[in-house]
Design a protein around this ligand. Structure first.
Ligand SMILES: Cc1cc2nc3c(=O)[nH]c(=O)nc-3n(C[C@H](O)[C@H](O)[C@H](O)COP(=O)(O)OP(=O)(O)OC[C@H]3O[C@@H](n4cnc5c(N)ncnc54)[C@H](O)[C@@H]3O)c2cc1C
Length: 390
């Protein structure tokens, strides 16, 4: 069963169903407001393939049962496995790191190692430091080259994270606690120099009414039935609202507005990294080929935050690759809104380092990220252009 939501553009679209707007055409309190309230001036995206400046690919580390978080004894070492956060790694990182902390502290060690320097490794290291531990990161790659840096960079706490089948009430409770903790942390990071975390408005445009299901994209492979959970966090942000035709500039029959966190990944990862070093963190570039090699580390407590790398390192076939590709258009600081073109598999996020255009391919599931597919990103940019007319 293909879950359509992942072809809508993840989190922004989730609230579509949660909103309680009046039926289209009926007067609402907002439509009686002045035009400057109803139709904010939005700068158009210069959506042209010749403005593409970068294309990145990476693999979502997905496990049907959700992230692996458990301690394993290996000789005199304790390995705390902490990987498999699917399409939600940045969003859930703080909350899942908080969940990892008791396993780390239970070992009684004051110096620990974290293997991995992506979204999960960095935040786990920071949480351990906040708990008073000394931390050394070992990693093959660090930002800007770690795979996490190819992400879109927005709040998507239930994106390809766990299948509906595995989302037991206890699991969902743990997820919700983690998501709420992460959300609180991101609130604290708003308004900092360089905008590592930013609050923006976004628009979901659709040719079909929002209550009408989308047809399966041609040639799509089946994906599992994912747990859709974000409705449980509906109180954390303003409700999305269906707009009247005169309230937006986009060439689409149906448009909704929503609010959203954006992570400016270069500034945000730099902040995490600098904070880590400032609090005495150390980092060593190193690759491990076998889990047993971790027992050679002087730190006896080792967090395994190797993301998709854990599939090879731990011989863990429960990790399923889901390929993803993001491209950046030349930065346009005047574009301050996100855009999702529902049913056209395209998402645009206005990051400081460029307008990120995520092109989703219906055959991403089960595929590892390898080479960039420029034609796919160019096609996504052209689909985006259609929303602006010319
Ligand atoms: C296209 C795309 C868009 C996405 N957008 C979002 C989004 O908007 N919001 C969101 O929340 N999530 C998003 N995600 C998901 C998110 O990017 C991942 O969940 C997250 O990056 C996983 O982080 P990680 O730290 O586990 O893995 P990684 O970033 O892969 O980090 C793994 C670390 O371990 C190291 N490592 C791996 N193997 C070894 C080894 N054998 N020896 C030594 N070191 C090793 C690596 O070098 C690296 O430092 C997106 C994913 C994709 C593909």
């Amino acid at each position: 069963m293909l879950t359509r939501r992942h072809f809508l553009g993840q989190a922004g679209a989730t609230l579509v169903g949660a909103a309680s707007a009046a039926p289209p055409g009926s007067p609402t309190a907002e439509t009686s407001q002045p035009a400057w309230v109803r139709r904010p001036a939005l700068a158009p995206v210069l959506a042209r393939p010749d403005r593409l400046i970068d294309i990145a690919v990476c693999t979502r580390p997905f496990r049907a049962q959700g992230p692996r978080l458990e301690a394993q004894r290996l000789g005199r070492h304790t390995i705390v496995h902490h990987y498999g956060h699917g399409g939600s790694g940045w969003s859930l990182s703080w909350g899942w790191a908080q969940r990892a902390l008791p396993l780390i502290l239970a070992t009684g060690e004051r110096r620990i190692a974290v293997v991995g320097c992506g979204a999960i490794g960095l935040t786990t290291a920071r949480m351990a430091q906040r708990a008073g531990l000394r931390v050394r990161i070992y990693a093959q790659e660090r930002p800007p080259l770690a795979a996490s840096m190819a992400a879109t960079g927005w709040w998507s706490p239930d994106s390809r994270l766990c299948t509906a089948e595995h989302a037991s009430p206890a699991w969902v409770h743990g997820w919700e606690q983690a998501a709420r903790f992460s959300h609180r942390m991101f609130q604290q990071l708003l308004g900092l120099p360089g905008d590592p975390v930013q609050w923006i408005e976004g628009y979901t445009a659709s040719d079909l009414p929002f209550d009408q299901p989308l047809p399966a994209p041609p040639g799509s492979d089946p994906e599992p039935d994912y747990a859709e959970l974000e409705g449980r966090l509906a109180d954390l942000r303003p409700r999305s609202r269906l707009l009247e035709p005169g309230e937006h500039p986009f060439r689409a029959a149906h448009v909704r507005r929503f609010g959203q966190f954006v992570f400016n990944l270069p500034a945000y990862s730099r902040l995490l990294y600098d904070d880590f070093l400032r609090e005495g963190g150390e980092i060593t570039t190193r690759r491990f080929d076998h889990l047993r090699e971790l027992t050679g580390l002087r730190e006896r407590t080792v967090v395994n935050a190797t993301g998709y790398g854990a599939r090879a390192l731990c011989r863990d076939d429960s990790l399923v690759p889901i390929r993803g590709q993001t491209a950046r258009l030349i930065p346009q600081p005047e574009v301050t809104y996100a855009l999702i073109y529902r049913g056209h598999n395209v998402v645009m996020v206005p990051r400081r380092d460029g307008l990120v255009v995520q092109a989703q391919d219906p055959q991403d599931y089960g595929r590892e990220a390898l080479h960039p597919d420029r034609a796919a990103s160019e096609a996504a940019v052209q689909r985006l252009a259609a929303l602006f007319g010319a």
